[in-house]
Design a protein around this ligand. Structure first.
Ligand code: SAM
Length: 288
């Protein structure tokens, strides 16, 4: 099958099937061979790899994955794309397309059945409307991962990589960095997609930590503290935590934990590093 990274081939397929783009599914197909090559290189795809692709579209990135990986499973929600994928991926015997919603697939079972539970690479040009739930699902369910290399909205990539003191720093930065090391591989302009999105995009690679980056007594409490701090971003950390419906510590207990952590009483949550949030979570969990 002709390389769909070439826009002429993509247009030919879209016309052949009279394909109508579905905005609700975040459909912006890649039409740039350089970007496709960059994704394959960044994910370090090799012949031993099992790759999970989320949202194959008409199969553009899938073709590149099939050429380079041992096996590819691609999960696509839009049933109109399934006959197109049978056509564009016809010549590959190492790909399976599942017509499912990725958020409803039991990925641990899928990986156990198809890859003996061994770690996989996730590669995708993600549907932007569900970027965060997809990434959080992969990490929170402890899916065995080598790395996750995905196209996301540029602003979301910046948020994943941000540290304290940056305007992009928030709950997503801390959640991603708790589980993985983020690295922005490339910025990608709208003209690399069809149709063009209204926002800039970026390829980001997330490499899960081999050992947990920080030692925690209560992981759920860490995430409650993070959410409470950034829900009320302009408030001091003490007030943010005291006002949260998810937490029931007294003001005194919160203040003591903050001071024992060596932080100022008036500090805002947005100034804390992941390690400081973890320190606070460990001190407060001792009071539970
Ligand atoms: N991979 C293709 C490419 O790069 O040209 C298409 C990428 S497009 C940005 C996102 C794809 O994800 C679309 O094909 C869309 O139909 C699919 N999609 C959207 N929501 C999905 C979901 N919940 N589960 C699986 N696929 C989904």
């Amino acid at each position: 099958m002709a390389d769909l990274g070439n826009p002429r081939n993509t247009i030919e397929i879209l016309n052949k099937y009279k394909f109508v783009f579905q905005k609700k599914f975040g459909q912006n197909f890649l039409i740039d061979t350089h970007v496709l090559d960059k994704i394959i290189r960044a994910a370090e795809i090799g012949k031993e790899d099992f790759v999970l692709e989320i949202g194959p579209g008409i199969g553009t990135l899938t073709q590149y994955l099939c050429e380079n990986a041992r096996e590819v499973v691609a999960v696509e929600i839009d049933k109109m794309l399934i006959p197109i994928l049978s056509d564009t991926l016809y010549s590959y015997s190492n790909v399976t397309v599942l017509n499912e919603d990725i958020l409803k697939v039991d990925l641990n079972t899928l990986i156990r059945e198809r890859n003996g539970g061994k770690s996989v690479k996730v590669v995708a040009n993600l549907p932007y409307y569900i970027t965060t739930p997809i990434i959080m699902e992969l990490f929170e369910r402890h899916i065995p991962l080598d790395n996750v290399t995905v196209m996301v909205q540029k602003e979301v990539a910046d948020r994943m990589q941000a540290g304290p003191g940056s305007k992009d720093y928030g709950a997503l930065s801390l959640a991603v960095q708790y589980y993985a090391e983020p690295y922005i591989v490339a910025n990608v302009p709208p003209n690399c997609f069809m149709p063009r999105p209204n926002v800039g995009s970026a390829v980001i690679r997330l490499t899960p930590h081999k050992e947990p980056a920080i030692k925690l007594k209560d992981e759920a409490l860490l995430f409650r503290l993070i959410r409470a701090s950034f829900n009320q971003r302009r408030k001091t950390l003490v007030n943010g935590l005291k006002n949260s419906s998810e937490l029931s510590f007294t003001k005194d207990a919160i203040q003591n934990a903050i001071i024992e952590e060596g932080l100022s009483e008036n500090i805002r949550g947005e100034a804390l590093t992941l390690e400081q949030f973890a320190g606070l979570a460990n001190r407060l969990s001792a009071l539970n």
